[in-house]
Design a protein around this ligand. Structure first.
Ligand code: SOE
Length: 387
């Protein structure tokens, strides 16, 4: 192996395993990171299924046991794309083995697991081992531009944060009871799966932390058919279908949040609007190449500007197509892969860190605690100190 390459091993080959596989491939082809990713091995328990995905995405080898993948000398970075109940065990083992770790969101299923993972990441960091959590939407160019505009003071002091993540794939009561609907596998429902994205994104774009919440949660369909071949039987849904909460931000802004898989007609509508003393920003993932910016200082000419975020000077765009040739959902995974590889090459810490993932987990915990106590205002623990 040449000096400027790094061996990648991905664990999981379903939706996220494929999205990440494509991310590593595209990062290598288009974005020219400082370390060139080698697609060494893809791991999954079903040998036939994992071999099929591995062949289609160009993985060199497969493993059916994640431990074997971690032990390989030619794997230097372990990418965890499995359900949340396995994140902590795999990540902690991989970090202890000296492997860099990229872990899908949400970081863990419980606060205790997230704390242990952040502590393991901190220990590994002392040896130059890097870790990152896969809040991929930070890498949508329009979101990265929004962050820059806020950091440059273009919208002034932030007053309102409005965030929604709306999907509808559970509207049908016959949709099967998959792992995402079981608390022991997923930790929570819409809250952890998609609410975690808007918690992370709003904290990232504003540069502030959520310090308190008042929440409510509902499970509209409490029982569903089991996945085939057991579809004639039903099982209990043990997570939320939808959650809504008010939030207070560290800088004084007020926030409203909604995460649901029951918003009929909304497929993947992650929307954020931020209103500040000088202007506003609005984003919708269903139109992900666009950022809307209102410059309140523009006097009589002020109005929401529709910025098509595809110019070479926009974040991440230089590596892609000419202006107006749009990017899509999968590109964020390539940006994430390239950012992590560049950080490893530079010896810096990639973001979002496991500590950032823990911070999101603390908000999730506070939302759950508030919802369980009739929406009582609940503080979010702020310490980033890890056990
Ligand atoms: C499913 O709800 C899901 O795939 C999430 O798990 C992802 O994080 C989100 O990006 C899209 O929706």
């Amino acid at each position: 192996m040449g000096e400027a390459t790094i061996g990648i091993g991905v664990i999981g080959y379903a939706f996220m395993g494929r999205a990440h596989s494509q991310g590593w491939r595209s990062a290598r082809s288009f974005l020219r990171p400082a370390l060139e990713p080698e697609l060494v091995a893809l791991a999954g328990r079903d040998a036939e299924a994992v071999a099929d995905v591995a062949r289609r995405f160009g993985w060199k080898d497969t493993e059916t046991d994640w431990r074997a993948l971690i032990e390989r000398d030619d794997v230097h970075l372990v990418d965890i794309c499995t359900p949340g109940d396995t994140h902590a065990e795999i990540a902690i083992a991989a970090l202890a083995a000296g492997k860099h770790v990229l872990c899908e969101k949400p970081l863990a299923n419980t606060l205790a697991e997230a704390e242990a993972m952040a502590a393991a990441a901190e220990r590994a960091r002392a040896n130059g081992v890097r870790s990152m959590v896969g809040f991929t939407y930070r890498r949508v160019p329009a979101i990265a531009l929004a962050r820059k505009l806020v950091a440059d003071g273009r919208i002034g002091e932030i007053r309102h944060v409005r965030a929604q993540y709306l999907q509808d794939w559970l509207t049908d009561p016959h949709a099967p009871l998959t792992w995402r609907l079981q608390v022991e596998r997923a930790g929570s429902g819409a809250l952890g799966d998609i609410g975690s994205h808007i918690i992370d994104l709003t904290q990232y774009v504003t540069g502030e932390r959520i310090v308190g919440v008042s929440a409510t949660a509902r499970t509209f369909v409490p029982e569903r058919p089991l996945p085939e071949p057991d579809g004639h039987r039903t099982g209990k849904v043990t997570v939320d279908d939808a959650v809504a909460f008010l939030a207070r931000f560290s800088g004084g802004a007020m926030g409203t949040f909604e995460a649901t898989r029951m918003a009929n007609g909304r497929k993947n509508a992650l929307r954020i609007e931020i209103n500040g003393s000088r202007g506003s920003l609005a984003f919708d993932l269903e139109e992900l190449n666009v950022l809307r910016f209102y410059d309140g200082t523009a006097g009589g000419e002020a109005g929401f500007t529709r910025i098509l975020v595809t110019e070479p000077e926009h974040p991440y765009l230089a590596g892609w197509w000419p202006p107006g040739h749009l990017l899509g959902y999968e590109h964020g995974f390539a940006h994430q892969a390239a950012d992590m590889l560049n950080a490893i090459a530079e010896g810096t810490d990639p973001e979002p860190s496991f500590a950032d993932g823990l911070a999101v987990q603390r908000v999730i915990g506070a939302v759950q605690a508030s919802a369980a106590r009739d929406s009582v205002w609940t503080p979010v623990e702020q310490s980033t100190q890890v056990a």
